[in-house]
Structure formats: structure tokens, C-alpha cells
Design a protein around this ligand. Structure first.
Ligand code: AMP
Length: 139
């Protein structure tokens, strides 16, 4: 769990936000600096930092709201698709330490760039996959 953040202040209505949806467990509101108009954030009300500390139940509740909100965001701005993005950890660009999903409307393929792709060195993919499998089987 995290300490007070800008998002806990939004939950408590201590600072203004364009809230578009709320239920017992989650909140959705417009990002103040959108990547595209309609860019919406979905958060759990419990202040977990990110994927590494959130429990499965709260994560599932948050994803349920993402599933509910995404089509409404898309339709509100007449988009064709959405990016659903989430940054976990400073190294991944997480700025607010309260788990959140970005829902970003997309109108056409030309308005954004994916991250560049790299190639594995020989044997590297197998080595990494083996480590992931070993970690999971040790749980
Ligand atoms: P991230 O970099 O994934 O942690 O994203 C944090 C997001 O929170 C950014 O896209 C910010 O624009 C957004 N944000 C920061 N403060 C506010 C706020 N007061 N209301 C709405 N969105 C905010």
C-alpha cells in the first residue's frame, strides 16, 4: 500500500476531477494531461502501489471496471480503438504510486508509435522463459 497521493485526494473529493464512474471498489476519471481526448484512468480505491503489491481480488475488481469503461470511452469520442496501458514501477514510467490503468482512445494507426522491437540473442529467450517458469513453479 502507498501513502497519500493525488489519487487518494481525488477519491476523497479533496481535489477536483472529471469522475466518470464509481463503485464500491474502483473509480474512473479523466486524465488531467491526456494523450488523446477522453484518456481515462481506472484505479482501485484501496491504495496499492502497483501490480507487485495488489491482491488478486482488488486487481480483478479493477479490471472489471476497465472492461466496463473502455467501450464507453471509445464511443464518447468516436474512436475506433483504445490503448489500455499501465506502468508499474519508476523504471516503467510510473509517476503516481497508486495502481492505475490508462484507457486511451485511438482513432487511427498514425497517431502513435509503438515501442521499438529488439531481437533475442541466441538462447536468451529460452533462458528467460526457464527462469519465469522456475519462479512460478516454486510458488
Ligand atoms: P503514470 O505515469 O502511469 O503514473 O500516470 C500518471 C497519470 O496521472 C498521468 O497521465 C497524469 O497526467 C495523471 N494525473 C496526474 N495528476 C492528475 C490529476 N490530478 N487528475 C487526473 N490525472 C492526473
Amino acid at each position: 500500500m502507498t501513502e497519500e497521493t493525488i489519487f487518494t485526494k481525488i477519491i476523497k473529493r479533496e481535489i477536483p476531477a472529471q469522475i466518470v464512474y464509481e463503485d464500491e471498489h474502483t473509480l474512473a476519471f479523466l486524465d488531467i494531461a491526456p494523450n488523446s481526448p477522453g484518456h481515462t484512468l481506472v484505479i482501485p480505491k484501496k491504495p496499492f502501489v502497483n501490480i507487485f503489491d495488489i491482491d488478486q481480488e482488488t486487481f480483478a475488481q479493477t479490471m472489471k471496471t476497465v472492461r466496463k469503461i473502455a467501450p464507453a470511452v471509445r464511443d464518447a469520442v468516436g474512436a475506433q480503438g483504445v490503448h489500455i496501458n499501465s506502468n508499474h514501477g519508476e523504471a516503467a514510467g510510473q509517476e503516481v504510486p497508486h495502481l492505475h490503468f490508462h484507457i486511451i482512445p485511438r482513432h487511427d494507426r498514425g497517431e502513435f508509435q509503438f515501442w521499438p522491437k529488439i531481437e533475442y540473442a541466441p538462447g536468451q529467450a529460452n533462458e528467460i522463459a526457464e527462469k519465469i517458469r522456475a519462479t512460478l513453479s516454486a510458488e
